[in-house]
Write a protein that binds this ligand. Structure first.
Ligand SMILES: *[C@@H]1O[C@H](CO)[C@@H](O)[C@H](O)[C@H]1NC(C)=O
Ligand SMILES: *[C@@H]1O[C@H](CO)[C@@H](O)[C@H](O)[C@H]1NC(C)=O
Length: 467
C-alpha cells in the first residue's frame, strides 16, 4: 500500500511537470506562450570550458538547487554542437529553466584584431543553432560576447551585425521558430549607447539583433540606482526597440552581495524597459564570483578538478550570497504587461550613431554590412588599443598585418594578463582584451570584464567627477 500510494504520488507529481513553451520577443519584451511577460532570473553556468550541458546527472543536481533559488534561465558560453544535450536540456526544462547559449566557440569568436565573418564561422555557428533549435526551452542565442571592449574595437560591430543577419536568415530558411538572436556587450561607458543603437538601427529588421544585453558590474553593494549609474543604463534603454537585459551582473567588491540591483531591475525604475538579469555565476572558481561550491577550494589535481576547484557533485550554496539572491528573487515578482495589452509601436528605433573623431565609436552611420566573407575597408586599426582603466596593468603588443591583397591593414593584439591575476594560466577576472577570450580555458573564459568592468566605470566616474 505504502509503495503504491508513493508510486501514485510520484506519478501524479510527474504529471505536473509540464514542458516549457517557447518564449518569443515582441517590441522590447519577451512573452510566454500564454501572453504573460517573461522576465529573466538567470545564472551564468559554465562548469567546464567546452560544454556544461552533457552530464545529465550533474544538470539534474544543479537544476534542482536552481529551482530552489528561483532561477528560470541559465546562460552557457560554450557548447559542443556534436555532443548529446537531450538529458541536460530536459533536466532544465523539467525544472522550468530556459537556456541562452553563445553560438561562438573558442575558435569562431569574432576578434577585433582580425575582423572577419566568413563561411567557416557561419557554418560553425549554424551547427550550434541546428543542435539547440529543437529544444523549446532555448530562450535565445548570442552572436558574440564582449567582442568590442577597448578603444579601437568598434569596427567589429558591422561583423557582429552581419553575423546576426546571416543567422537570422539561416534560422528562417531552415524553418526554425523565431529563436531570438542577440548580442552580449561589455558595459563600457565610452561605447554606450552607440553599440546598442548601432546593432538595432537602420530600420531593416533582417539586419538587426533581436535582443541586446549588457554585462555590467557597476552596481557594487552597498550602492544605489544613481551611484551605480543604473539610472544611465535606464536612460538609454527607455522604449528600446528590442528586449534588453543584463547578461552578467554581480559585482563582488567589496562583498558580500546583497543583490540590491535586482530591486531596481524588477522594480518601478527599470521594469518597463528591462527584461531581467543573469547573475555571474553558478560555480565558485578562481574568479570568486560563484554562488555554489562542489567542494572546498584547493582540491588536488583530478579529472573533475580545475584550478583547485571541483567541477562536479552536489552543489552547496555559498553564503550569504546564495540566500540573499534567493530572497531577492522571491520578493521581486513583477507581473509586467500582458501581450494583448502591449503596444509594440511604442518602442523607438534610434538613429545609427555617427563616428566620433578620435573617439571610441568609429563606425559612421548605417554602413553597408559585410557580405559573407567580405572584409570592410574600415577594418583598420591605427591606434594601439587603449584599455579603459588606469589600474589595468596588462601589457599589449600591437602587430600590424597586411591582407594578401595589400589593401587592408589589420592589427593583431596580444594582451598579457597581469601575473598576479592569472597565475595558473587559466581565465582571469581582470584580464581585459578580446584575445583572452580565445586563449583562456576556464569556464569563465568570457569573463574578462568582471572586476575590470567595475574598474572601468569607477575610473570613468572618477574622471567625470574630476572634470
Ligand atoms: C575564413 O577565414 C579563415 C581565416 O582567414 C580561413 O582560415 C578560412 O579558410 C576561411 N573560410 C573560407 C570558407 O574561406
Ligand atoms: C533588408 O535586409 C536584407 C538582408 O540584408 C536584404 O536582403 C533586404 O533587401 C533588406 N531590405 C530592404 C528593404 O532594404
Amino acid at each position: 500500500m505504502r509503495w503504491s500510494s508513493a508510486a501514485i504520488a510520484l506519478a501524479s507529481a510527474k504529471s505536473f511537470v509540464v514542458a516549457l513553451d517557447p518564449v518569443s520577443a515582441l517590441g522590447n519584451k519577451f512573452f510566454n506562450k500564454d501572453g504573460s511577460q517573461f522576465f529573466i532570473k538567470g545564472i551564468a553556468y559554465q562548469l567546464r570550458p567546452t560544454d556544461p550541458l552533457v552530464d545529465t546527472d550533474q544538470c539534474e543536481r544543479d537544476a534542482k538547487l536552481m529551482t530552489e533559488l528561483g532561477t528560470n534561465t541559465i546562460r552557457v558560453y560554450h557548447v559542443d554542437p556534436s555532443a548529446d544535450h537531450d538529458g541536460c536540456m530536459k533536466a532544465f526544462d523539467d525544472a522550468g529553466i530556459y537556456v541562452l547559449a553563445d553560438l561562438d566557440t573558442f575558435d569562431t569568436y569574432i576578434i577585433p584584431e582580425n575582423n572577419y565573418w566568413n563561411k567557416t564561422k557561419f557554418e560553425r555557428y549554424a551547427e550550434v543553432l541546428d543542435t539547440f533549435q529543437k529544444y523549446d526551452n532555448l530562450l535565445g542565442v548570442f552572436v558574440g560576447n564582449e567582442n568590442i571592449a577597448t578603444k579601437d574595437d568598434s569596427p567589429t560591430a558591422p561583423y557582429l551585425k552581419a553575423a546576426a543577419r546571416d543567422m537570422k536568415a539561416y534560422r528562417d530558411a531552415q524553418g526554425y521558430r523565431d529563436i531570438p538572436i542577440g548580442y552580449s556587450a561589455a558595459d563600457i561607458l565610452q561605447l554606450r549607447p552607440m553599440l546598442q543603437d548601432y546593432l538595432t538601427c537602420g530600420g531593416n529588421s533582417s539586419e538587426t539583433v533581436d535582443f541586446f544585453s549588457l554585462n555590467s558590474y557597476s552596481w557594487c553593494d552597498p550602492s544605489t540606482y544613481t551611484e551605480s549609474t543604473y539610472d544611465q543604463l535606464e536612460l538609454y534603454a527607455k522604449n528600446f526597440p528590442v528586449p534588453i537585459f543584463l547578461s552578467e551582473t554581480g559585482c563582488i567588491v567589496p562583498g558580500p552581495r546583497a543583490w540590491d540591483d535586482q530591486d531596481a531591475i524588477f522594480g518601478p525604475q527599470m521594469v518597463n524597459d528591462w527584461s531581467g538579469a543573469i547573475i555571474y555565476e553558478w560555480i565558485q572558481e578562481e574568479n570568486s564570483y560563484g554562488i555554489i561550491t562542489y567542494a572546498p577550494a584547493g582540491q588536488p589535481a583530478g579529472p573533475d578538478v580545475e584550478g583547485g576547484f571541483l567541477r562536479k557533485g552536489t552543489p552547496t550554496p555559498k553564503q550569504p550570497d546564495f540566500s540573499a539572491l534567493k530572497s531577492k528573487w522571491a520578493t521581486n515578482t513583477p507581473a509586467g504587461v500582458h501581450k494583448s495589452d502591449y503596444n509594440p509601436s511604442k518602442v523607438s528605433t534610434r538613429a545609427c550613431p555617427t563616428s566620433t573623431a578620435g573617439g571610441w565609436w568609429q563606425v559612421n552611420g548605417d554602413v553597408d554590412l559585410p557580405t559573407l566573407g567580405q572584409i570592410l575597408a574600415v577594418n583598420t586599426r591605427t591606434h594601439s588599443a587603449e584599455v579603459a582603466t588606469e589600474t589595468e596593468t596588462a601589457t599589449e603588443t600591437v602587430v600590424s598585418v597586411t591582407a594578401s591583397d595589400g589593401a587592408v591593414v589589420a592589427t593583431t593584439m596580444a594582451i598579457t594578463a597581469p601575473p598576479s591575476t592569472a597565475t595558473d594560466g587559466s581565465s582571469s577576472a581582470t584580464t581585459s582584451g578580446p584575445s583572452s577570450a580565445t586563449t583562456t580555458s576556464g569556464g569563465s573564459t568570457d569573463k574578462r570584464i568582471t572586476s575590470f568592468g567595475a574598474g572601468v566605470v569607477g575610473a570613468v566616474l572618477a574622471l567625470a567627477i574630476l572634470l
